[in-house]
Design a protein around this ligand. Structure first.
Ligand SMILES: NC(=O)c1ccc[n+]([C@@H]2O[C@H](COP(=O)([O-])OP(=O)(O)OC[C@H]3O[C@@H](n4cnc5c(N)ncnc54)[C@H](OP(=O)(O)O)[C@@H]3O)[C@@H](O)[C@H]2O)c1
Length: 284
């Protein structure tokens, strides 16, 4: 198949490009910088401004990955623009296109998701359900493997003699391996069973935030469990509100909220494409 992948130059997209190419697909890799892996073709385009009709005219399928975890309002980068407006532009461009469309959302998404990230992801899903009932919607939990930004941050945090943790560290997650997610997305593309379905995707090992910190500590060679200091959310929220405007500040209020919300699923239907999902280990 000729497949257009949006957000293809990012963390998930790079692995997805590799898996698609290995499976014999022809990949058009769209991002603002147009980064491509060997065997796929990069296209530098902004989803918010480009002529998307021209870009989808000759492809058989689309996988839409573009999403952000942090807003930069001064640069016009907001959850609403990147999650909702970009999705609507793409759906409009695909109005006369009947091929498979796979939409990357996130586990935890819902009308009152508790964070702007989750809420705008939900709004984008609602547009997809309305405009393209045959779409496949995919909601992964935290993704790990090959140097995920979140786990890189945990590793930095885990170097502290006593590791500060926002909240009580009890929220559970089902981390999913990046390669497994890429294999599932690739398998869904030409599988009629995936049409019109929403899949939640979680890995085989459930871990709390505290346990994720220990996992990160172990991966940098530290004995576990590491000493932890659980920071009360009330006090932290004020600090984050002030700090999040500074470039390089490690946490936003939205991320702080998301670290307290359980991010788990019992949906195992995706094992159809990945029967042997990888548990988190040393390669974070
Ligand atoms: N990583 C996770 O743990 C995780 C978990 C659940 C769900 N997800 C979802 O999975 C998707 C991919 O996440 P990711 O971690 O791979 O994100 P990422 O590493 O930040 O990649 C985002 C990609 O989007 C591109 N992009 C950003 N703005 C764009 C624009 N206006 N027009 C065109 N391209 C644009 C970026 O490249 P340029 O900067 O070159 O444009 C990059 O290629 C997102 O929808 C995310 O919400 C991720």
């Amino acid at each position: 198949m000729r497949v257009l992948v949006t957000g293809a130059g990012g963390y998930v997209g790079t692995a997805l490009q590799r898996v698609l190419v290995a499976a014999g697909h022809t990949v058009r890799a769209l991002s603002r910088r147009g980064l491509a892996v060997p065997g796929s073709r990069g296209v530098a385009a902004d989803l918010l401004t480009a002529d998307l009709r021209a870009l989808v005219a000759d492809v058989d399928a689309v996988i839409h990955l573009v999403g952000i975890i942090r807003e930069v309002p001064a640069a016009g980068i907001t959850f609403r623009r990147l999650h909702v407006d970009a999705t609507r532009r793409l759906l409009a461009a695909l109005a006369d296109h009947s091929g498979p469309y796979v939409h990357l959302s996130a586990l935890g998404t819902g009308p009152r998701g508790g964070s702007r990230y989750f809420e705008t992801k939900w709004e984008a899903e609602e547009w997809v359900r309305r405009e393209r009932p045959s779409a496949t919607i995919v909601r992964p939990s935290l993704v790990f493997g090959g140097g995920a930004e979140f786990f890189a941050a945990l590793k930095r945090l885990a170097k502290n003699p006593v590791v500060p943790i926002p909240g009580d560290g009890s929220a559970p997650f089902d981390p999913v391996y990046r390669e497994d997610l890429a294999r599932a997305l690739t398998g869904m593309l030409d599988d009629p069973e995936a049409r019109g379905q929403t899949f939640e995707i979680g890995g085989p090992k459930r871990l709390t935030l505290d346990q994720l910190v220990d996992l990160a500590a172990r991966s940098i060679g530290r004995p576990v469990p590491v000493p932890k200091l659980h920071l009360p959310l009330g006090a932290l929220a004020g600090l984050v509100r002030l700090g999040e405007r500074l470039p390089g500040f490690p946490l936003t209020r939205d991320q702080l909220a998301m670290l307290q919300i359980p991010n788990i699923t019992e949906d195992r239907r995706w094992h159809r494409w990945v029967p042997d999902p990888t548990p988190p280990g040393v390669d974070l």
